[in-house]
Design a protein around this ligand. Sequence first.
Ligand code: PGA
Length: 256
Amino acid sequence: MVRTDILKPMLIVGNWKSYVETPETAKVVMAAAKRAAMKSRAKIVIAPSFAHIGLFAGGKKSKVGLAAQDVSEMTAGNATGEVSATTLKRMGVSYVIVGHSERRARGETDATVSTKVTRVLANGMTPILCVGESVRDANAEYLQKLRTQIDAVIKPLPLGDRAKVIVAYEPIWAIGKSATEADSPRDVAEMMLYIRKILAQHLPEKLVPKAVILYGGSVEPANARAFAKEGGVGGFLVGHASADPKMFSDIIKEAS
Ligand code: PGA
């Protein structure tokens, strides 16, 4: 299989989760991301909390794309507390993280994730589908689990939409730790190949090498370069380190 994805600029998505709690901090962290983005070939995307998305909506054209950390599976109507895909689109959001393990841990099923991805695509945004195992069991059942998570979302989509989904591989055991506890570049490279093989069963052949697959789970400045070079990744989904201006800028530097 010819790899063309490595020639594409990396996609580095910062998922602020709930680390950034005030608008003042949000502005400072975003400004640092913009400065780092100016000096990089990588495409940088930031996912603030719903409450802070409005701070960055409708601004002048920026090198930093806007993402949401989640989306409602409902459309407009009687859905208290939900934020619809249409609302996000109108706020200038272009990527939506869907099926993050921290949402799945609160009861989100593959069926819910699948509906959410449909809503995101219907509104012309790009879904970032998070998948990942909680443990790497000796019988390699985790590989089947990954396949199930991907199949459940990609299979129901029309052919034309399938290649629009970005897959983020995030082993749950590696999330929220430090660089030394992240996955190894070599294992990540294997997982990237495995995920690409799964996608190959759903995508037209010529689109398979173009599929963007990210790695997430304790990406820090100390391991970003190794992942970029040896991990075969199309980019990163960065959690805690994206809320730290220095760390995130360094990751962008190391990865590009
Ligand atoms: P982390 O989070 O970088 O803090 O491990 C990654 C994620 O959950 O997206």
